[in-house]
Design a protein around this ligand. Structure first.
Ligand code: SF4
Length: 408
């Protein structure tokens, strides 16, 4: 079953979750109070890590928040010991920050959490950088009901934005915000096709303390990514992984062949193996996961509590990677985009994944429609050439057509 075509169980759990969360719109003080004592206890159980040169200590499992967050679920994650929260002004059009602010204020747990938010709407350089960053940050702080964030990111840095990482005004803007006590550290997130260049530029910038990048068992062995990560490790940046799942779907859903029966028999899910693979490598300090229900929370915690993979587990995961590489776009647009006249193939397929796999149709449509016309120049583009250039054999022609149908 294609990752792009269906993910019914995830959709079902999402629908179930939405039904539940729709009824749980208000956060009650009683629920918070009863959860607080358990929260402090559970925090001792998840493994803690040191975030590179920041020296900050937090949990290896972080909570992603780019979905319709339910206050009760945020509290459940805190109760379970999660102490790293990643958000952005972009998520749910600022609603994620508002929900987090409410929970953190009423639970009194703001200082227990390493909190990251992002500037996604004013990534500007030059003399106007400070005013723009400060204005965006002030809005985030107000919604988050706090007077500082632990790390403030440039959200989703793209290849064309690399000059920002070399811009003295951007550096000065971040430093001024640090001095004012409004941010502790500076960072960026990235899943752009030019990720290796962006990571290298961050390592050389002298002011980026932390990065969050797409990193998973499909992409982590890419030579360019490895070299860039070596530079980031040498600069002692705090390293945070996102998109560790490399596409949804359990072993059974994606490949029902008997070779995965071993995993299935011992209740080992691909989702857990994917997290373990990233953590076992030892480079990434935190895995940020979009957990949208309590089962996922429990499974991710189990993976972080025991990140070891046996030799046999690794073999099975590698077989799975090879058998399913045509189902997951790795974002390596340098292979296919020149053949497609510069069309944004990697971005378009990522947005299709947001829609079909993660159920984020509204976000996917907005992102797709915001692409410059010249980069989603579908009518006059020969995507057959892009398909032929894809080393992972993705059915690019069919996927682009589907993206246009669903998101255009
Ligand atoms: S379609 Fe293929 S070559 Fe293009 S970005 Fe995706 S995986 Fe890479």
């Amino acid at each position: 079953m294609s990752e792009f075509s269906e993910n019914e169980s995830r959709d079902r759990s999402r629908r179930d979750f939405l039904k539940v969360s729709a009824g749980a719109t208000a956060l009650t003080a009683a629920a918070l109070e009863s959860g607080l004592a358990q929260a402090v206890k559970a925090a001792e159980e998840l493994p803690t890590v040191t975030l590179g040169k920041t020296g900050a200590k937090t949990t290896a499992l972080g909570m992603g928040t780019s979905w319709s967050l339910a206050p009760s679920f945020v509290l459940a994650a805190l109760k379970s010991g999660v102490r790293y929260i990643d958000t952005s002004e972009n998520y749910e059009n600022t609603l994620a920050e508002k929900v987090l602010g409410e929970v953190l204020e009423r639970s009194g747990m703001r200082k227990d959490v390493y909190l990251v938010t992002k500037n996604g709407r004013a990534k500007v350089g030059g003399p106007g950088a400070f005013a723009a960053f400060e204005k965006r940050l002030e809005g985030s702080l107000e919604r988050l009901r706090t007077d500082y964030v632990d790390c403030y990111y440039l959200h989703g840095v793209e290849g064309r934005e690399i000059p920002l990482l070399k811009d003295p005004d951007v550096k000065a803007a971040f430093e001024k915000l640090k001095k004012a006590g409004k941010i502790k550290f500076c960072g960026l997130s990235c899943h752009d096709r030019r990720l290796p260049e962006i990571v290298t530029a961050a390592a050389e910038s002298g002011f980026i303390d932390q990065i969050m990048i797409q990193y998973n068992y499909r992409t982590m062995n890419n030579d360019q990514v490895r070299r860039a990560m070596d530079a980031a490790s040498k600069a002692n940046l705090a390293l945070v992984a996102m998109k560790t799942q490399a596409g949804a779907g359990s072993f059974r859903e994606v490949d029902a062949s008997p070779r995965f029966q071993e995993f299935v028999d011992k209740g080992f899910k691909k989702e857990q193996a994917a997290i373990k693979t990233v953590l076992a490598e030892g480079r990434m300090q935190v895995v940020v996961s979009e957990m949208t229900n309590r089962d996922m929370l429990r499974e991710n915690m189990a993976a972080c509590l025991d990140p070891k993979l046996s030799h046999r587990d690794r073999e099975l995961l590698e077989q799975h990677r090879l058998a399913t590489s045509h189902l997951y776009c790795q974002g390596c647009g340098h292979h296919c985009e020149p053949a497609a006249g510069g069309a944004a193939v990697a971005d378009i397929l990522r947005f299709l994944r947001y829609d079909e796999v993660y159920g984020k149709t509204r976000t996917a449509r907005a992102l797709y429609q915001a692409l410059p016309e010249s980069t989603r120049n579908l009518a006059s583009t020969d995507f057959a050439a892009a398909q032929a250039a894809c080393p992972h054999k993705l059915p690019v022609v069919e996927l682009i057509a589907r993206a246009n149908r669903r998101l255009g």
